[in-house]
Design a protein around this ligand. Structure first.
Ligand code: 48N
Length: 316
């Protein structure tokens, strides 16, 4: 039996290999004195506390280093942002897709249906996305009902996180946009969004209490903003476009009208500024379209359209 790790001596950096599931395997093939015993003698493999720190630090900061240059950044991991990430990552597995989510918990407003009730209504034909994800629902004719909104959100989130070309940085806020002269404009007059400025969310929310907490940056040729219409940072990019002079004024979301709101959001999903695509309810603030209330099909379809727009831009 190979010796267990002697307490107080960190094992050398173990070369990591990909195993059949794409997970990292301990290349030394050591065996440990472990026992899955629920009768009172459960034994774990030994560990040094610093090994846990190193396992996290190495992966997270390697990821930050590698994703400082991404192909697509998606701001916001709500139903639109996650639907976009799923469709984009599946369609273009070559793209490095980085999701920035301000909350610790991704998912945005899609953990519940309406008024804290749990069922989620999705109008046809957006039920096709539920089929693709394998989310069960009840068919009510013109719409379907997922028994709990969290069933959709947890499913799309898990599918997105399992895709090898997607990384999620949650508890991380986009607190500005990188803008530079658009290289596609021979006159050199047009501005292009070329990345995001980030900080830990708790830092971004506390700039008034501490100075000099400067941000980090991630550059990418395409940014997709899906920051919603409410919440502490809702409609972030739409508001920033106005304050930096790239948008004359906010359209401001109109009253509730499901039949007008959902097609307006999906059909209006587009590149609202060079390099910046907008999707989901943030678009209602940008354009002044109606809100739809507790029906989520437009978020899914808008996210898919945003992914298709990103591919179009990257391929031109
Ligand atoms: O769920 P949301 O808010 O936004 P969408 O557009 O994905 O879905 C909207 C949908 O839930 C509705 O509002 C429904 C359909 N109701 C309509 C109605 O009429 O009321 O997700 C946005 C995500 C959130 O998780 C935020 O935390 C995040 O974006 N976020 C940010 N993340 C990083 N940096 C930021 N600056 C930022 N701002 C928001």
């Amino acid at each position: 039996m190979a010796p267990a790790v002697v307490y107080g001596s960190l094992p050398d950096e173990v070369p990591l290999l990909l195993n059949k599931n794409g997970l990292k395997a301990d290349a030394t093939n050591r065996t440990y004195d472990v026992k899955e015993d629920y009768e009172g003698n459960y034994r774990f493999a030994p560990i040094e506390e610093a090994q846990v720190s190193r396992a996290m630090i190495k992966r997270y900061f390697n990821m930050m280093y590698e994703r400082a240059i991404s192909d697509v950044v998606i701001i916001g991991a709500g139903s639109a942002g996650l639907s976009c990430a799923y469709h984009l990552a599946k369609s273009r597995p070559d793209l490095k897709i980085t999701i920035i989510e301000a909350n610790v918990a991704p998912g945005g407003g899609a953990w519940l249906g309406g008024q804290l009730m749990t069922p989620m209504v999705v109008r046809k034909p957006a039920d096709r996305f539920l089929e693709e994800l394998g989310v069960p629902y009840e068919d009510e004719g013109p719409f379907v009902v997922v028994k709990h909104a969290a069933l959709f959100t947890s499913t799309v989130l898990s599918r997105v996180l399992a895709l090898p070309n997607v990384v999620l940085m949650n508890a991380t806020a986009v607190e500005d946009l990188i803008v530079r002269p658009d290289p596609r404009d021979p006159a050199g007059q047009r501005q292009r969004v070329a990345g995001v400025v980030t900080n830990w969310t708790l830092v971004a929310l506390n700039h008034d209490t501490q100075s000099c907490m400067d941000p980090n940056v991630i550059t990418a040729p395409v940014i997709i903003s899906a920051t919603g219409h409410d919440g502490p940072m809702g409609a972030f990019s739409a508001k920033r476009l106005v304050s930096m002079g790239l948008l004359k004024e906010l359209g401001n979301m109109r009253g509730l009208d499901m039949n007008r709101a959902e097609p307006a959001i999906v059909n209006g999903t587009r590149e609202v500024a060079p390099g910046l695509i907008m999707t989901g309810m943030e678009l209602s603030e940008h354009d002044g379209s109606n809100r739809m209330g507790p029906t989520f099909g437009a978020m899914m379809a808008s996210g898919i359209k945003a992914a298709r727009e990103a591919i179009r831009i990257l391929e031109t």
